[in-house]
Design a binder for this molecule. Structure first.
Ligand code: AMP
Length: 253
């Protein structure tokens, strides 16, 4: 497995490829959700490139950026066992060179749910995904259903900028309890982790948005939103200082 640190490493790696390459962008602190993306990429491409980059521009709160879990040694051990060809771990300067003053604006996703509650978040996501795609030139990019708004944003980005890339959706991987796997789960206490599983239960079992919100309020969550949009129910809620998001297709509940 190749470890790519800077854009020159990346260029050398890219020049060694022959067939299709699948890009799996992540922010690290890997878990089986990321593993599912890798597995899908492995099955469809000659080469798989995973990026681990905690993208500063998509964090709307400094505290969240500082406390985002990071463990390079742990991540590298995990990817090694998952059959990744190369891991690209760029420094911030490699993606945002000094003097870079650009940021991509988006006018739809930015006005709903995550876009409203995390101002600027999707601008950061769109900007970094465009940069990663321009640098790595993958044939396919793998995105999780878990972050469904983000997935749609990337689909729209690819269409708007005529990127010759296929966006592949990978189903949400869950704990046995139903809790959607997430790097942020490590910041939950044992008790909170149990409680967090109730989000999925409420999403699946409650008859409508109001009932879902009520149940979560009663359980002690601080709810940012529960919304239904285009056949899917979405929730974002805080447990202590940890913010959790999840969604389900209404016809699959
Ligand atoms: P992150 O490292 O959290 O930015 O996530 C990187 C990619 O993994 C994104 O496309 C996420 O949607 C996806 N992902 C994160 N958690 C899960 C999960 N539980 N199941 C499937 N995909 C996931």
């Amino acid at each position: 497995m190749k470890l790519l640190r800077n854009n020159d490493d990346l260029a050398v790696y890219l020049s060694s490829l022959s067939g299709a390459m699948g890009l799996v962008p992540t922010m690290g602190y890997l878990h089986p959700g990321h593993g599912a993306l890798l597995k899908a990429a492995r099955a469809q491409n000659q080469a798989v490139l995973m990026t681990i980059f905690v993208n500063p521009t998509q964090f709307n709160e400094a505290d969240d950026f500082q406390s985002y879990p990071r463990d390079e040694a742990r991540d590298l051990a995990m990817v090694e066992s998952l059959g990744v060809d190369a891991v690209w771990m760029p420094e911030v300067d490699a993606i945002y060179p000094p003097g870079d003053t650009f940021c991509l604006h988006e006018k739809n996703h930015n006005t709903r749910m995550e876009g409203i509650h995390r101002p600027g978040h999707f601008y950061g996501v769109a900007t970094v995904v465009l940069k990663l795609c321009l640098l790595a030139k993958p044939q396919r990019i793998y995105m999780g259903e878990k972050d469904y708004q983000q997935l749609q944003l990337v689909r729209d980005l690819v269409a708007s900028f005529f990127l010759p890339i296929e966006v592949i959706e990978v189903p949400t991987q869950r704990e046995v309890s139903g809790l959607a796997m997430s790097s942020r789960n490590v910041r939950l206490t044992k008790k909170q982790r149990k409680q967090a599983a109730k989000i999925y239960q409420a999403l699946c079992e409650q008859p409508n948005v109001n009932a879902t919100r009520q149940v979560l309020n009663d359980l002690g969550f601080r709810v940012d939103y529960v919304e239904e949009y285009q056949g899917r129910r979405y929730v974002a809620a805080w447990l202590g200082r940890v913010r959790l998001i999840d969604n389900v297709a209404l016809d699959r509940r």
